[in-house]
Write a protein that binds this ligand. Structure first.
Ligand code: XIL
Length: 367
């Protein structure tokens, strides 16, 4: 195995005592402990930064009961130049979580977005072979070490106006909608013990995208179940967008309909797009916190909700940083486009914000 993370871990200066003490907002329970009290796991995205940013690694380890690989296991990160994968970075990341004693979820095994250009030059038969090879090699390599896979990410993208509302891309174009069942079957064969989920965006919104995707996702899931495909759960990304129409009670009812099918529910990428909120940090933080609480309060009532994962714990690694779409939304809302996003639970200096307390309160209320 390429990963030598025990050494990395020691070199980065971790100690068990430091890990257990890190990142508590007060002497009270961590987010992970509060989540466990509510019968849930609490996770965060993480990636290569943990190998060099000791403080952030400690914070993640102290606060989370699971970790989710943000990018390194995506197809374009594993196989940027051709079909041969480089697993060396992924090994180190997965080993980091193992050393920290935390289970791993990985995303996204199959996604029609962000595929590398070399795939576009393949014939349909070559795409099929690459698809199967990717799943077998990747899931197989981490069999027993990656507990949960987002097998298919974002199956729908109605703005592309394809029949069925499916997201276009190299996999869909070669295999049609059948790529979804094929991915689940191959993943189950490569690691029969892994938890397999279908992950989708936008369902929390009541705009045109959300209202079109919701029934399509439910119908797809029912069809997979009826066809005997192993699917264990559904992931709702929950990148909340307060500037769009939303009704979180209605979303909770919708999520409940998957539980009625016997599936577990996961919130997989929770954060709040704060682009429409005021520049002033305290005012912005209060609004982010209120948005999280208004979302979590009804959603935490959903049966079979099993985990909440934030799409990074700290603004230090916000995926909105430097994002052109985010800046232009801030500008449109009358804010300063150069301001730093405050979209997560901890600020850039790893201090807990109002958002941390809002999530903590909501979890305690569920307990
Ligand atoms: C994002 C990562 O956070 C970024 O670092 C990367 O540049 C692009 O992908 N929905 C998803 C996630 O399913 O995989 C995306 O993650 C965020 C939106």
């Amino acid at each position: 195995m390429v990963g030598i993370t025990r050494r990395d871990f020691a070199a980065a200066g971790f100690s068990v005592a430091a890990l257990s003490a890190a990142g508590c907002a007060s002497a009270g329970p961590t987010l992970g402990q509060a989540a466990r009290g509510a019968g849930l796991d609490f996770g965060s995205a993480f990636d290569r930064e943990v190998l060099t940013d000791r403080a952030y690694g400690e914070l993640l380890t102290a606060q989370c009961t699971k970790l989710v690989v943000e990018n390194t296991l995506k197809f374009d990160w594993l196989r940027p130049k051709g079909p041969q994968a480089d697993f060396s970075h992924a090994d180190r990341i997965v080993n980091f979580a193992k050393q920290a004693g935390l289970p791993v979820r990985a995303t996204a095994l199959v996604w029609n977005d962000w595929t590398p250009p070399w795939l576009d030059r393949l014939s349909v038969r070559e795409v099929e072979a690459t698809f199967d090879r990717h799943i077998e090699e990747t899931v197989g390599r981490y069999r027993g070490r990656i507990a949960m896979w987002d097998v298919v990410n974002e199956p729908f993208f109605p703005i592309q106006r394809r029949a069925g509302g499916f997201r276009q891309g190299v996999w869909f174009n070669a295999l049609g909608p059948a790529y979804i069942a094929r991915a689940f079957k191959r993943a189950a064969a490569a690691d029969p013990g892994a938890t397999l989920i279908l992950n989708e965006a936008f369902c929390e919104q009541d705009d045109d995208w959300g209202t079109e995707i919701r029934p399509r996702l439910l119908a797809l899931t029912k069809k997979l179940r009826d066809d005997g495909v192993k699917i264990d759960g559904i992931g709702f990304q929950a990148h909340l967008k307060p500037h769009l129409p939303h009704d979180y009670r209605r979303f909770a009812e919708y999520a409940q309909s998957f539980a009625a099918l016997g599936l577990d529910i996961h919130l997989t990428e929770l954060d709040v797009d704060d682009s429409s909120f005021p520049d002033e940090p305290a005012a912005r933080d209060a609004k982010v916190a209120a948005q999280l609480e208004s979302f979590l309060t009804p959603v935490l009532g959903v049966n079979r909700l099993k985990s909440i994962t934030v799409w990074h714990l700290s603004d230090r690694f916000s995926w909105y940083l430097g994002h052109e779409g985010y800046k232009s939304q801030v500008r449109t809302a009358g804010g300063n486009p150069q301001r730093a996003p405050r979209t997560h639970l901890y600020d850039q200096d790893l201090r807990p914000k109002a958002a941390w307390h809002a999530v903590h309160r909501a979890l305690r209320a569920r307990a």
